[in-house]
Design a protein around this ligand. Structure first.
Ligand SMILES: NC(=O)c1ccc[n+]([C@@H]2O[C@H](COP(=O)([O-])OP(=O)(O)OC[C@H]3O[C@@H](n4cnc5c(N)ncnc54)[C@H](O)[C@@H]3O)[C@@H](O)[C@H]2O)c1
Length: 254
């Protein structure tokens, strides 16, 4: 499949860009001509990922929930590339525990990374975008931001928070020329899924059967849904959640 997006002259920051969906986003942006910054808490993985992409990719290490690290990321992108056009607000952590036993520290950590981190990065990047004529922010939510997953209280609640935040920020920042949208991936074929399957903790065949598309998504497919929302092709789209889930959340039988 050929790439139909052109991001020549644009700069994109991808949080959680060292692996999985974020890495695919960074690769797709670079292939479409953008300057890219990978921001990730895992410095070693970020450096390695950026090296595979080449000179148009810088990397910065830090946590999305640290105001200092987020400011440093945006300053570094601005000084290397001149402006920030796109923020792929993608870093997130999963969690699966029975709610009745969920420790407060696990709940709080999910809020810190998945929700506070998304707000903080959006706010910091938007201040830069406001100064340079606008931009596009794409938050990675999940289909579990609009439907329930048992034993996923902190994950579902934080992703639902990302959906609500997306709509609020889109409404406030349209006048600044900043669009804010979200993607809601379903089950994606990642290392985590493969590990859980190998350990017998996840039945991939069952997931495929439950998905109308009959398969898991790929990281490239999720990345391209994100690229669409970051591109001029979606100029009049803001405050939306694009569910890239193979039909899972539309399907209620069985
Ligand atoms: N994989 C799926 O099936 C799936 C489905 C729906 C939504 N999502 C969402 O997509 C996003 C990416 O998921 P993935 O599957 O690629 O995960 P992943 O674990 O492969 O990648 C996440 C990246 O984020 C980084 N990260 C974690 N905490 C961070 C922090 N505090 N600050 C900065 N970076 C941090 C990690 O080091 C890692 O490189 C997440 O928001 C996740 O919730 C994934």
């Amino acid at each position: 499949m050929s790439i139909s997006f052109d991001f020549t002259g644009k700069t994109a920051i991808v949080t959680g860009g060292a692996s999985g969906i974020g890495l695919a986003m960074a690769q797709e942006f670079a292939a479409a001509g953008a300057n890219v910054q990978i921001f990730d808490v895992n410095a070693e993985a970020a450096e390695k990922a950026a090296a595979t992409i080449g000179p148009a990719c810088q990397w910065v290490s830090g946590s999305v929930s640290s105001p200092e690290a987020v400011a440093a990321s945006c300053d570094a992108a601005r000084s290397a590339f001149g402006k920030i056009d796109i923020l792929m607000n993608n870093a997130g952590i999963a969690g699966s525990e029975p709610s009745i036993d969920l420790p407060l520290k696990d709940w709080s950590r999910a809020i810190d990374v998945n929700l506070t981190g998304v707000f903080l990065f959006a706010q910091t990047a938007a201040r830069h975008m406001r100064d340079t004529g606008g931009g596009a922010i794409v938050n990675t939510a999940s289909m579990f931001g609009v439907i329930a997953g048992p034993e996923r209280a902190s994950y579902c609640a934080t992703k639902a928070g990302v959906v609500a935040l997306t709509k609020v920020l889109a409404s406030e920042w349209a006048s600044l020329g900043i669009r804010v949208n979200a993607i809601g991936p379903g089950y994606v074929d990642t290392a985590l899924i493969q590990t859980l399957a190998a350990e017998g903790r996840l039945d991939v065949e069952r997931l495929k059967q439950r998905t109308p598309a009959g398969r898991l998504g790929t990281v490239k497919e999720i990345a391209r849904s994100g690229l669409y929302l970051a591109s001029d092709a979606s100029d009049f789209v803001t405050g939306q959640v694009l569910l890239a889930d193979g039909g899972w959340s539309s399907y209620s039988y069985l």
